[in-house]
Design a protein around this ligand. Structure first.
Ligand SMILES: [Zn+2]
Ligand SMILES: [Zn+2]
Length: 487
C-alpha cells in the first residue's frame, strides 16, 4: 500500500528520488516533492513536481536483500569470521588480514582466529589442491569446446562428479581472484571502468541477464552477476513495490507476437530506436515490462533486473571507496543509468563520477580520433549526444551528467568493447554447454563456469602481445597457467 509515501529507507538506503541531475529535486526523498499514486498501474507511481521525471519506485529493503545475495555469491566461500554480529563477520582473511591472527594448522590447512570474537576457523583453500591433475584435464577439455558427456567419458566420471569438480574449481578461482581484485582496487585506482548487460544464454530466452563491470582498457573483469537466484522460488504473482517480494519475478509476461523492426545501420536511428523501445516499457528500468518472450527457468527464480543492477553498483561503491574519480562507460540502457545515478548520487554532486553512454558501429576502430562532432539532444530526457562519423564507421557518446567540452576525448576513449569481447568469448568457448537443450532452462549449472571464466580471463588469457589483463595492470608478473590457477 502506498498511502502517499515513498517506500521506506532500509538501513539508511533510500533510492527513490528524482534522477534528473539538473533538477532541484535531484536526490531528495521527501514525498512532498512528488506526485505519488498507486491506483492506475499503467501510470508512473512517482512524478517529480519540478521536472516531470517519472523514476520507477524501488523497494529499498529488496535492494539490500539482492546486495547480500550478490556478496554471498562472490565471496561466500572465502575464509572469514562467521559469527553473526561480529564486526569481522563475512570479511575475508585474504583482504582483511588485520582482523585475524594465524592460529596454527588443521592438517595441512591454515587455521585463523578472529581478533574480535575469538572464534576460530579453517581456510579450506590453503592446502595444495589434491585434485589439481584431474581438474586441469577437465578444464583443458572444457575450454576446447568438448561437451560434458564427452569429458565425462574421457575422464571416466559421472556428470555429478563433473559438476562437483566444477564447483571446487570455481571456489579455488574465487579465492585466487580475491587477492588480485584487492590489488586491482589499489593499483588501478581511478581507471575508467565499463559495464555491459547481455543475455547469459543468447539462444534460450530464459530471461537471465549477465551484468559485468571491469577495466575498460584492459578488460580485467571485477564484478559479474546474473539476475537469477538458484535457491529461491518464483512467486505466483506480481507483488507491489511496497513489499520486499517485488524483487522476485513471477512467470507473467506480455508475450511478443512478432519481431520488431530490423536494426538500422544508421547510428542515430539506432539510438532513437533504443529510446523508443525503452519508452514502450511500463517501467523504464525493467526490460521485462514490455511485450517480450521469456521461457522461465524450470528451477529457481528470476530477479527483476533493476535490483541486480542497483546491487552490483552498490558493490562497486563499496569497493571503490578510496577512488576519487569513477568513470563508467555504459551501453545505452536506462536501467544502468538510473542505477549509477542513484548509487553514486553524492559523487555526481561532487563531480567525482563520470557516467558515459557509448555506442558504435562494428566498423569503428578502437581508439580512432573523432574529426567532426555533431551534438544532438535526444529523447524525453534531452540527453546530450555527440556523434562522429568516418565513412561507414560511426560512434556516439552521451555524458549522463551533461558535462561538456571533452566530447572528442570521450569519443576516442569511451568504450565497452573489452567487456563485450569477454562475453563473446564466453559464448564461443562454452557454446556446447550453454546451448545444451537441458541447460537452456537450468542456468544454475553455469554459475561455477562464470567464476572460472572470470579467473581465466583476468589471469590466464593473453592478448596478441602475450599479456593478460592482470599483467597489463601490473597486478601479476606473468600469465597464470591452469596448474597455477588450480594450485
Ligand atoms: Zn526532477
Ligand atoms: Zn569474529
Amino acid at each position: 500500500m502506498s498511502t502517499g509515501k515513498l517506500p521506506p529507507a532500509a538501513d539508511g538506503l533510500q533510492l527513490n528520488f528524482c534522477k534528473t541531475l539538473a533538477c532541484r529535486n535531484f536526490g531528495l526523498s521527501d514525498a512532498k516533492y512528488y506526485l505519488l499514486q498507486d491506483t492506475d498501474p499503467s501510470r508512473p507511481g512517482l512524478v517529480c513536481r519540478e521536472c516531470g521525471a517519472f523514476p520507477p519506485l524501488l523497494n529499498n529493503q529488496a535492494v539490500r536483500t539482492e546486495f547480500a545475495r550478490l556478496k554471498t555469491q562472490d565471496s561466500g566461500n572465502l575464509a572469514a569470521c562467521s559469527t553473526e554480529g561480529c564486526i569481522a563477520h563475512g570479511k575475508p582473511v585474504l583482504t582483511n588480514r588485520e582482523l585475524y591472527h594465524a592460529f596454527g594448522y588443521s592438517g595441512e590447512r591454515q587455521r585463523y582466529r578472529c581478533k574480535h570474537c575469538q572464534s576460530t576457523f579453517v581456510d579450506k583453500w590453503s592446502n595444495a589442491n589434491p585434485k589439481s591433475g584431474v581438474q586441469q584435464k577437465l578444464l583443458g577439455l572444457l575450454f576446447t569446446g568438448h561437451p560434458v558427456r564427452e569429458i565425462c567419458r574421457k575422464l571416466s566420471m559421472n556428470p555429478k562428479t563433473f559438476y562437483d569438480h566444477l564447483d571446487q574449481v570455481a571456489a579455488r578461482c574465487r579465492n585466487k581472484l580475491a587477492s588480485v581484485d584487492a590489488r586491482f582496487l589499489q593499483l588501478a585506482i581511478n581507471n575508467p571502468l565499463a559495464s555491459t548487460l547481455a543475455p547469459l544464454q543468447p539462444l534460450s530466452d530464459n530471461g537471465v541477464m549477465w551484468l559485468t563491470t571491469g577495466d575498460a582498457a584492459q578488460g580485467y573483469v571485477l564484478l559479474q552477476n546474473i539476475n537469477y537466484s538458484q535457491d529461491e522460488e518464483k512467486p505466483d504473482e506480481e507483488a507491489d513495490v511496497y513489499t520486499p517480494n517485488s524483487r522476485r519475478m513471477p512467470d507473467s509476461f506480455i508475450h511478443l507476437a512478432e519481431i520488431g523492426e530490423p536494426d538500422s545501420n544508421d547510428l542515430l536511428n539506432q539510438v532513437n530506436n533504443k529510446y523508443k523501445e525503452v519508452l514502450s516499457r511500463s517501467n523504464v528500468e525493467d526490460l521485462y515490462t514490455r511485450p517480450v518472450n521469456v521461457d522461465y527457468p524450470s528451477k529457481g527464480c528470476l530477479i527483476r533486473p533493476q535490483y541486480t543492477a542497483y546491487a552490483q553498483f552498490l558493490r562497486l561503491q563499496e569497493l571503490t571507496m578510496q577512488w576519487d574519480d569513477l568513470t563508467l562507460y555504459l551501453p545505452q540502457e536506462p536501467l544502468l543509468r538510473s542505477a549509477v545515478i542513484s548509487v553514486f548520487k553524492e559523487r555526481l554532486q561532487q563531480r567525482q563520477c563520470q557516467p558515459v553512454y557509448v555506442t558504435q558501429t562494428s566498423e569503428w576502430q578502437e581508439n580512432d580520433t573523432a574529426d567532426n562532432i555533431d551534438i544532438m539532444l535526444l529523447s524525453w530526457w534531452r540527453d546530450r549526444w555527440a556523434f562522429t562519423q568516418r565513412g561507414n564507421a560511426a560512434k556516439a557518446i552521451c555524458h549522463l551528467g551533461k558535462e561538456t567540452g571533452k566530447e572528442d576525448e570521450w569519443l576516442q576513449r569511451a568504450s565497452t568493447f573489452m567487456l563485450e569481447e569477454y562475453q563473446a568469448r564466453f559464448y564461443l568457448n562454452f557454446r556446447s554447454l550453454i546451448d545444451e537443450p537441458r541447460r537452456r532452462l537450468r542456468p544454475g549449472g553455469l554459475l561455477p563456469l562464470l567464476d572460472i571464466f572470470r579467473a581465466w580471463n583476468n589471469l590466464c588469457h593473453q592478448n596478441g602481445d602475450g599479456i593478460t589483463p592482470a599483467q597489463a595492470l601490473g597486478l601479476t608478473r606473468q600469465p597464470y597457467t591452469l596448474a597455477q590457477l588450480l594450485a
